[in-house]
Every structure is written in structure tokens, then in C-alpha cells.
Design a protein around this ligand. Structure first.
Ligand SMILES: Nc1ncnc2c1ncn2[C@@H]1O[C@H](COP(=O)(O)OP(=O)(O)OP(=O)(O)O)[C@@H](O)[C@H]1O
Length: 199
């Protein structure tokens, strides 16, 4: 279980407060108006934003004192951070401690219709192609907690449908606990076990 207890993060000189309990293996969709603090919550869980107070626990253990690389967390930022000096395939293979699961990565690239991009450089990809490459890497990494910040924002309706289905299916098959920020109410409802409208 993911437990966020009395977490306070200061942004712009004002406190953002969070309280959440999420069963392991569940998918939570987070919605709310721009600036309410959705991305800040994901950054705090991942360890890129230090809270003022409160706790973040995963499976009963505190993770908030840990540095980002020691947390059981895989995060997809809004700007999908690919390494420009590496090819797309090498970008996909990053972040695995042992050998990368090449077959699963290839199958994912086929399912999301980006297999033709694997031999290119990130700079040669469209925004939506970059978004799908980053989504694949984030979801297939070994960490059990997956945080996705608007992973479908740049996709057309057809590709978004593919990506929504793939994300839900893989997340459940791999037993991931998924927090997903999305502005699309319809996909949030279809994809998630729970909706959180942040205020
Ligand atoms: N890097 C930053 N440094 C300081 N303040 C920030 C930073 N990023 C965001 N903020 C502020 O923190 C508050 C919460 O922003 P956050 O990005 O978490 O909101 P959000 O709900 O994810 O918004 P959006 O839907 O627009 O992505 C806002 O007041 C914002 O101005």
C-alpha cells in the first residue's frame, strides 16, 4: 500500500497538503485544475521535491528519507526526458539494473506503433512518438510504483486509445501501482480503479 500522511509541500510560498491511501496494484487517476498541485505530488513521491513535513510510506516502510534512486518509483515527467545523445533504442534500454527486457520493450514498441522509430535519434521523433517511448520505458522499468504525468497529452485520439489500453493492460499484468495525472475525464474513468479530484 502507498500511504501519504499529512504531507506538506511548499510551492510559491503556499503549502500544498496531501493525504492518500492506495492499495498496491491499483490505478489512481488524478484530476484537478491547473496549478492545484498534481505534478508537485508526483515529484514529492519520486523524491525530487522535499516536503516540509509528513510521511510517504510504501508497503509499510517510509520512503521519504530516501534519495530518488533508492525509491521504488518510476516517473514519467510532462517533458518526457529522453537523452538526446543516445538513440531511441538505447533510451528504452536505460534504467534497468540487470539486462534490459528487450523482448518486452520491442513488443511494447510494436503495440504502440513506434517500432519504426527505434533506430532513430530522439530529435527525429514527433512529440507523440517521444511520449510513447518514454511511457514504455517508465512502465516496464522494475519499480513497482509508477507515476505518469499526462502521458497521453500529445496523442491523437486513435493513438491515445492504443496507449490507454496498453497502459491499463500492462500495468495490471505487471502488478504495478499506478498514479496517473490526466485532464481527460473519459480516459481517467476507463483506465483507473479510483478517481481523485484534487482541490
Ligand atoms: N518548479 C517550480 N518551482 C516553484 N513553484 C512551482 C514549480 N512548479 C510548479 N510550481 C507551483 O506549484 C503549484 C502547483 O503546481 P503543479 O505543477 O504541481 O500543478 P499541477 O496541478 O500539476 O498543474 P498542471 O495541471 O498545470 O500541470 C503552482 O502554484 C505552481 O505555480
Amino acid at each position: 500500500m502507498l500511504e501519504i500522511q499529512q504531507l506538506v509541500v511548499e510551492r510559491d510560498g503556499r503549502p500544498l497538503r496531501y493525504e492518500l491511501q492506495l492499495e498496491a496494484g491499483q490505478i489512481l487517476a488524478i484530476q484537478g485544475r491547473s496549478g492545484v498541485g498534481k505534478s508537485s505530488l508526483l515529484s514529492a513521491i519520486a523524491g525530487f521535491l522535499a516536503p516540509q513535513s509528513g510521511r510517504i510510506c510504501w508497503q509499510g516502510e517510509r520512503i521519504d528519507p530516501l534519495p530518488p534512486e533508492a525509491r521504488p518509483v518510476s516517473l514519467l515527467f510532462q517533458d518526457h526526458n529522453l537523452f538526446e545523445h543516445l538513440g531511441v533504442w538505447d533510451n528504452l534500454r536505460l534504467g534497468f539494473k540487470g539486462p534490459a527486457p528487450e523482448q518486452a520493450l520491442r513488443e511494447a514498441a510494436i503495440a504502440l506503433e513506434v517500432e519504426a522509430q527505434l533506430n532513430k535519434r530522439p530529435a527525429e521523433l514527433s512529440g507523440g512518438q517521444r511520449q510513447r517511448i518514454a511511457l514504455i520505458r517508465t512502465l516496464l522499468r522494475p519499480e513497482p510504483l509508477v507515476l505518469l504525468d499526462e502521458p497521453f497529452a500529445e496523442l491523437d485520439p486513435y493513438t491515445r486509445e492504443l496507449a490507454v489500453r496498453w497502459t491499463a493492460e500492462r500495468s495490471r499484468a505487471l502488478g504495478k501501482t499506478l498514479l496517473l495525472v490526466t485532464h481527460q475525464a473519459e480516459e481517467a474513468e476507463r483506465l483507473s480503479d479510483r478517481l481523485w479530484h484534487m482541490e
